[in-house]
Design a protein around this ligand. Structure first.
Ligand code: UDP
Ligand code: MG
Length: 333
């Protein structure tokens, strides 16, 4: 238990970078200073470091990372991906390779305020496996970005997906939480959704999002939309269910229309001949078709969820089983 949350954890900062040559040196500097301070205060241990992940940059980002790693051995490391795989996968690559007892993921541009990191470490010390950084104010983001973000989080919750409002990917994860995260094999990565599925003890710290240190955003509108669609379709089969409901409604409607058509055809001598035999099949087949697509959708939704092979449960702790040794190592009496 005690070594699960060591008093002086080795903390790794995982920083995905895509064409960030303008900010990498400053970010490295700031993080090294932070590690130094926290180390002097006895809150993080030896082995704490910064791991930059170069996500297929085409500028001088990797050269800078290499130089930094050479001049700060054991303090700065770099991982270079073979091509640009996107922020979410780059982050996972970093979390999978970084050492340490606690891993903190953050953006290279320092928009996530480093001032709350001591608080994150406090929460970790008090037994939180996951500490979410939550944005209070976003004065520096554009109106469009704020509005689309609010709408997105609302929609996600409507669809039954557990997401934390205004939490992006600034968070601390314990070694244990990272190992569990790695059991999620999915290709369409929406990390902030998956991390919620892990459960365990978690907590939140509030911060204000800041201006980008330098350079420009690497998330274009189309990338943001792609992330949103990934988030929805990786976590919810509700859009498919909507088709089923639509099919059901259309079928009911067709049934009503059929009855009406039959009544008219049989009771009204002036009804146009051939009218009923045209309208009936059209409404009927329309209803049956949409309903059938809905039924297919239900199964495809199931297949989709099955193919993810997500862990079905995660054990937090165990008591009274072999292997569950008392803390002092003394034999149980
Ligand atoms: N990023 C990445 N790969 C990409 C796009 C972005 O690793 O394909 C990184 C980027 O370098 C930054 C973080 O993801 O560290 C967040 O991107 P950005 O700051 O551009 O997004 P914004 O804050 O504007 O939403
Ligand atoms: Mg940013």
């Amino acid at each position: 238990m005690m070594d699960e949350f060591p008093e002086r954890p080795a903390v790794s900062f995982v920083v995905p970078c895509h064409n960030e040559e303008l900010v990498v040196p400053g970010t490295a500097q700031a993080l090294l200073e932070l590690i130094g301070q926290q180390f002097d205060l006895g809150r993080c241990g030896p082995g704490s470091m910064v791991v930059f992940v170069d996500d297929g940059s085409s500028d001088g980002t990797w050269t800078l990372i290499e130089q930094l790693a050479l001049s700060h051995p054991g303090r700065i490391a770099g991982v270079r991906l073979s091509r640009n795989v996107g922020h979410q996968h780059a982050l996972l690559a970093g979390l999978s390779t970084a050492p340490g007892d606690a891993l903190i993921s953050l953006d290279a541009d320092l928009q996530d305020d480093l001032a709350v990191i001591p608080q994150m470490l406090d929460h970790y010390q008090q037994g939180s496996d996951i500490v979410y950084g939550v944005r209070g104010q976003r004065p520096t983001d554009t109106r469009l970005k704020r509005m689309t973000a609010t709408a997105f989080y609302r929609l996600m919750r409507r669809l039954g997906v557990d997401v934390i409002d205004n939490h992006a990917d600034y968070r601390l994860m314990s070694r244990r939480a990272v190992e569990i995260l790695r059991q999620y094999d999915e290709v369409n990565l929406f990390l902030r959704g998956i991390v919620r599925l892990i459960g365990l003890r978690s907590s939140q710290v509030l911060y204000d999002r800041r201006e980008r240190a330098a350079g420009s955003t690497k998330y274009s509108l189309s990338r943001m939309s792609a992330l949103a669609i990934d988030g929805i379709t990786s976590f919810s089969a509700v859009p498919l269910r909507v088709i089923s409901i639509l099919g059901l409604l259309t079928s009911l409607f067709a049934l009503g229309v059929s009855i009406w058509v039959l009544v008219v055809a049989l009771t009204n001598p002036s009804a146009v001949p051939g009218w009923a035999s045209t309208v009936l099949p059209v409404t009927f087949i329309g209803g049956v078709q949409i309903l059938s697509i809905g039924v297919l959708g239900e199964y495809i939704g199931k297949i989709y969820m099955e193919t993810k092979r997500r862990p079905r449960f995660i054990v937090d702790r165990v008591v009274g089983l072999p292997g569950d040794e008392p803390e002092d190592g003394a034999p149980r009496g």
